[in-house]
Design a protein around this ligand. Structure first.
Ligand code: ZN
Length: 620
C-alpha cells in the first residue's frame, strides 16, 4: 500500500525536522484530543495576548454550513461514510500542503476529529479503517511538531485498533508496520520494534508489507546483537575472565548435541575449517570464546566417536580466549545458539541427507546405539508431499516439565508441578499409543532433573515427529485460571513473557536478548506446523475438558521463546494444563478424571493434526 502519497510529492512531510518547526498550541496544557477547541482564539507567541477574532468564528460557521449543505447534497449520491471520509481527506490535504497551518495544533486536531466522525458513525464501513489509519498517521505527524508522547501513544493505539478490529482489511498489515516503525524511529525501543515487525511477518504472511518487515527484522537483529556484544564486553571488563565449566554431549549416529557450560555470558564466534591432510587434521568446527579461560578441573578432551564427531576439546587459545574445537567425521549441517541462566552454548550437528541415505558408516556399524536411543529409521519412503516434507507422524515425544531439583510451580498443600505433569504425561502417552497408534516416548519417567536443552536433544535423537511439553501454570492472582498452549516464537504479549521467563528459569530481561538468536533459529524451525499443532491440541484439550467441567477458561494459543522448544527439529508445543495457583484448578489437577479428560483432549488434538496434514498437503 502506498496510499501515503497523499502528502503531495511522496511523503515529504515525513522528513520534517521536529525541532525546526515550532509548535504553537492553542491549549498547550491540554494536549489531549478530547479537549474542546476554542476556535478563533489564538495566543500569539510574542505577546501571549489573546486576540479574539470574530471574523474567523463567522468564517468557520459559514464553512460548516457550506460543508454540511454540500454533504447532504452528496449524501444523495454517495454513502454517508464515503462523503465524510472525503471531507476529512480534503481537510488533511489542505493541512499537509500548508507549512504555516501545520504549526498550529488545532488544525491537526480538526482533521483528526473529522476522521473520528467517520469511524464513530460508520464503524462497520470500509471507510472506518481508512479513517482510523489516517488519523493515526496524522497523530504521528503531529508528534513531530508537538514532541508530546501523548500524541504518539494515541497514534499507536489507533494503529493497533486497525490491526485488531479490521484484521482482514488491506490496511491491517500497513498499520502493523507503522507500529513497528514508531517503536524503531520514535521510541528507539529496538526490542519492541523487533516484536512488532515479527508480528507482521507471522500474522500477514501474504501481505505486501512483509518484505519490508523482513528487511527491518534483519537490520534490527544485527543492531540488537551488536548491542548485546557491547554489554557482554562491558560485563567481562567488570568481572574478569569467564570460565568454561563443562562440555557435555548427547549423540546418535545422525545427530549430536554438544553443550559448552560457562559461568557467565561470553562473546563467541564460530568457523568451519576444511580438512587439512598435510597436518592430518579432519574437518573441524571451532568456537572462539572471548575473555574466557578453561577451568583446570574439567576434561578438556572429550572423545565422542559417534560417526559424526570424533571429539570435542577446549584449550586456552590465547591468554584472553578459549577455543573449543569439534573434530568432525561427517557433517551435513550444524546450528549454534546459546541459552541463559546459566549461560551455555549449544551446538547441534546433523549428518548430511545423502550420507544418511547411503546407509550407516563404518563407525556406525561398529558402534552400538546408546542405550535407550533407537537407531535411525531410514526405511521410510516418502509417499506424499507431506511425507517429503517430513510431516508424517510416527513417533511422538512427550515432555513432562521440570523434575528432580526443579519442582516447577507450587500449589496448595505441597502440590508440585513436576509431580502432576509426570503423572499426566504417562496417562497422555498411554492414550496416544492406544488412540493414535504412534510410538510415544517420555523425556523422563521418574522424578529426575533433566536440563531443558537435553529434552529437545532427546526428541531430535529419537527422530520424533512431534514434541509436546506438559506444564502447569502459575499466577500471582489466585483467581486467574484457564488453559493455554504455546509454540516457539517471540512473545507478543507481556504475560507470555512472564510465563516463558518462569518456565525457562530465567529473567524477563534475557527473554528480550533471545530475540537476535531466535531470528536465525527460526529459519530451521517449523513455526507454521508448530502453530497448527498448537491450535489442534489446544482445541482438542479445551473442548474435551469443557465436556466434564464448568467455567473452563480458554486462554488461547500463544507464542513465546521457551528454551525447551528451541532447537527442536519437529513441530513442538508447550501446553499449560491449568493454574496450580487457582484453588479450583489445583484441586482438579490432582484428580484422575481431569487427567483423563486432558489426555483424551490432547490425543484427539494430535489425531486431528495428523488428519489435517493429509488435507493441507493433499495431492502432493
Ligand atoms: Zn512448568
Amino acid at each position: 500500500m502506498r496510499w501515503w502519497n497523499w502528502a503531495g510529492s511522496g511523503n515529504t512531510w515525513w522528513g520534517i525536522e521536529k525541532r525546526a518547526a515550532s509548535m504553537k498550541s492553542t491549549r498547550p496544557e491540554t494536549a489531549g484530543l478530547k479537549a474542546v477547541m476554542v476556535v478563533g482564539q489564538v495566543r500569539t507567541r510574542r505577546t501571549g495576548r489573546r486576540r479574539c477574532t470574530v471574523s474567523s468564528a463567522l468564517l468557520v460557521t459559514a464553512l460548516f454550513l457550506f460543508l454540511y449543505g454540500a454533504g447532504s447534497i452528496q449524501a444523495a449520491k454517495t454513502p454517508g461514510d464515503v462523503a465524510l471520509l472525503e471531507r476529512a481527506d480534503r481537510a488533511r490535504k489542505a493541512l499537509l500542503s500548508s507549512p504555516a497551518r501545520m504549526k498550529y495544533r488545532h488544525h491537526w486536531e480538526r482533521c483528526i476529529r473529522l476522521y473520528d466522525r467517520v469511524y464513530k458513525r460508520y464503524p462497520q464501513s470500509d471507510s472506518a479503517p481508512w479513517a482510523l489509519y489516517r488519523s493515526a498517521r496524522l497523530l504521528t505527524g503531529l508528534y513531530r511538531y508537538s514532541g508530546s508522547t501523548k500524541d504518539l501513544d494515541e497514534a499507536l493505539k489507533r494503529f493497533k485498533r486497525v490491526v485488531e478490529r479490521y484484521p482482514q482489511h488491506r490496511l491491517a498489515d500497513d498499520a502493523q508496520f507503522r507500529i513497528g516503525e514508531i517503536f524503531y524511529k520514535e521510541k528507539n525501543d529496538l526490542s519492541s520494534a523487533y516484536v512488532e515487525f515479527l508480528k507482521l511477518d507471522i500474522k500477514f504472511p501474504s501481505g505486501d508489507m512483509r518484505p519490508r518487515a523482513q528487511a527491518m527484522l534483519d537490520r534490527l537483529a544485527s543492531v540488537i546483537s551488536r548491542k548485546e556484544e557491547a554489554r557482554l564486553r562491558k560485563e567481562a571488563r567488570r568481572r574478569g575472565a569467564v570460565h568454561v565449566k563443562d562440555i557435555r554431549h548427547w549423540s546418535t549416529p545422525n545427530y549430536t548435541r554438544v553443550v559448552v557450560d560457562l559461568d557467565a555470558p561470553v562473546k563467541y564466534t564460530s568457523r568451519l575449517l576444511k580438512p587439512d591432510p598435510r597436518i592430518k587434521k579432519p574437518r573441524r568446527l571451532y568456537l572462539d570464546l572471548r575473555h574466557a579461560r578453561v577451568s583446570k578441573d574439567i576434561d578438556s578432551y572429550i572423545p565422542i566417536k559417534d560417526g559424526l564427531l570424533k571429539a570435542a576439546r577446549a584449550a586456552q587459545h590465547s591468554p584472553d580466549s578459549v577455543r573449543v574445537v569439534l573434530d568432525m567425521e561427517s557433517v551435513g549441517g550444524y546450528k549454534i545458539f546459546h541459552l541463559y541462566d546459566p549461560f551455555r552454548i549449544v551446538v547441534d550437528v546433523r549428518r548430511s541427507a545423502e550420507k544418511r541415505k547411503a546407509g550407516p558408516s563404518r563407525a556406525e556399524r561398529k558402534r552400538k546405539p546408546r542405550k535407550g536411543i533407537r537407531r535411525a529409521d531410514t526405511s521410510r519412503p516418502p509417499v506424499s508431499l507431506a511425507g517429503q516434507l517430513g510431516l508424517s507422524v510416527k513417533r511422538i515425544v512427550i515432555d513432562p516439565g521440570h523434575g528432580g531439583r526443579d519442582p516447577g510451580c507450587r500449589g496448595p498443600g505441597g502440590l508440585l508441578e513436576k509431580n502432576i505433569v509426570l503423572r499426566l504425561a504417562k496417562i497422555v502417552a498411554a492414550r496416544i499409543r492406544k488412540e493414535v497408534g504412534c510410538e510415544v516416548f517420555l523425556t523422563r519417567t521418574r522424578d529426575v532433573f533433566v536440563p531443558l536443552e537435553r529434552r529437545t536433544a532427546i526428541a531430535n535423537m529419537k527422530k520424533a515427529d512431534l514434541f509436546i511439553s506438559l506444564h502447569v501454570n502459575a499466577h500471582r492472582n489466585r483467581r486467574i485460571h484457564g488453559l493455554e498452549t504455546y509454540f516457539l516464537n517471540m512473545a507478543t504479549d507481556k504475560r507470555a513473557v512472564l510465563v516463558a521467563a518462569r518456565e525457562n528459569a530465567t529473567s524477563e530481561k534475557n527473554i528480550s536478548d533471545l530475540q537476535a538468536i531466535l531470528n536465525d533459529l527460526m529459519l530451521n524451525t517449523k513455526i507454521h506446523e508448530s502453530n497448527r499443532l498448537a491450535l489442534k491440541v489446544h482445541a482438542g484439550m479445551v473442548s474435551q475438558v469443557k465436556k466434564k467441567y464448568k467455567k473452563v477458561r480458554d486462554l488461547g494459543v500463544k507464542q513465546a521463546p521457551f528454551y525447551v522448544l528451541i532447537g527442536a527439529e519437529m513441530p513442538a508445543v508447550l501446553v499449560e494444563t491449568g493454574f496450580l495457583t487457582n484453588p479450583v484448578e489445583a484441586r482438579r489437577l490432582t484428580t484422575k478424571t481431569y487427567m483423563a479428560q486432558m489426555a483424551a483432549g490432547i490425543s484427539r488434538g494430535i489425531k486431528s493434526y495428523i488428519d489435517s496434514i493429509d488435507q493441507v498437503y493433499r495431492g502432493g
